[in-house]
Design a protein around this ligand. Structure first.
Ligand code: B12
Length: 212
């Protein structure tokens, strides 16, 4: 790995925002691909934070500090991830499902979709099925995107899909799902229209679902 990416990785892992800022800028100055910076420097570090948490080496405060450093880095990277194409590709309602407060992955998916010309309505975290239904009824999105990071909250995706069907909205809206514990098999089981393991693939999937 490039030295500067290793430094960025360590800075996110330690939650050191000043170091995140310095190394992120250095990586951009070195003309590294922003997607590579994001994936190899920053997301990889969050994965390592998760491993350390699992091993009892990190606790919730360390996870939170790393998450804050990650979010601040994302804000710096944002303009570099966005394309200039401003033509609307479609309307997306996105949220992290009920009971779940993880929003970094959801924010990244929103950011990349926005960069690809989608209009984003972000409902935030801990979004109950009724809220997805209410907003979908009002704004008539092309896509609903749901994120879940806990095995215990994945079932809220199914609850939301069922609620959309019951409200008669399911035929007109594509539903895509993702988040660390979500798999292709699970997405198929709950009859979502799409699943992806990362934000870049989510963009391609969303475009192909809408044929844009
Ligand atoms: C940071 C973090 C936190 C932070 C979250 C801060 C925030 N603002 O998000 C805080 C400290 C709040 C937190 C709390 C908790 N956490 Co936590 N957390 C993490 C950690 C370390 C990183 C998550 C992350 O941001 N990853 C980086 C992003 C970029 O990746 P991502 O979310 O997977 O998203 C990518 C893809 O999945 C995909 N994607 C995501 N969403 C979507 C949606 C769509 C539509 C699509 C197409 C794609 C897609 O694209 C994204 C970009 O590439 C993970 C470890 C891990 N391996 O995931 C644990 C982890 C998820 N947490 C865990 C746990 C247990 C908890 C707590 C229960 C801890 C506790 N005892 O309190 C609480 C639960 C709080 C709650 N109710 O939600 C466990 C979950 C275990 C499980 N099997 O369910 C994990 C896996 C850690 C572990 N290894 O044990 N956590």
């Amino acid at each position: 790995m490039e030295e500067v990416l290793k430094k960025l990785f360590d800075a996110v892992l330690e939650g050191d925002f000043e170091d995140v800022k310095t190394n992120l800028q250095a990586a951009l100055d070195a003309k590294l691909d922003p997607i590579v910076i994001l994936n190899d420097g920053m997301i990889a570090a969050m994965r390592e934070v998760g491993c350390r948490f699992e091993e009892g080496e990190y606790y919730v405060p360390e996870m939170l500090i790393a998450a804050r450093a990650m979010q601040s880095g994302m804000a710096i990277l944002k303009p570099h991830l966005q394309q200039t194409d401003r033509k609307s590709s479609g309307k997306v309602v996105i949220g992290t499902v009920k009971g779940d407060l993880h929003d970094i992955g959801k924010n990244l998916v929103a950011l990349m979709l926005e960069g690809a010309g989608f209009e984003i309505i972000d409902l935030g975290v801990d979004v109950p099925a009724e809220e997805f239904v209410k907003v979908a009824t009002n704004v008539k999105p092309d896509i609903i995107a749901m994120s879940a990071l806990l095995t215990t909250t994945m079932s809220s995706m199914k609850t939301t899909l069922d609620a959309l069907t019951a409200a008669g909205l399911r035929n007109n809206i594509k539903v895509i799902v993702g988040g660390a514990p979500v798999t292709e098999a699970y997405a198929q089981q709950i009859e979502a229209d799409g699943f992806s393991t990362d934000a870049s693939r989510a963009v391609n999937m969303a475009k192909s679902l809408l044929g844009v």
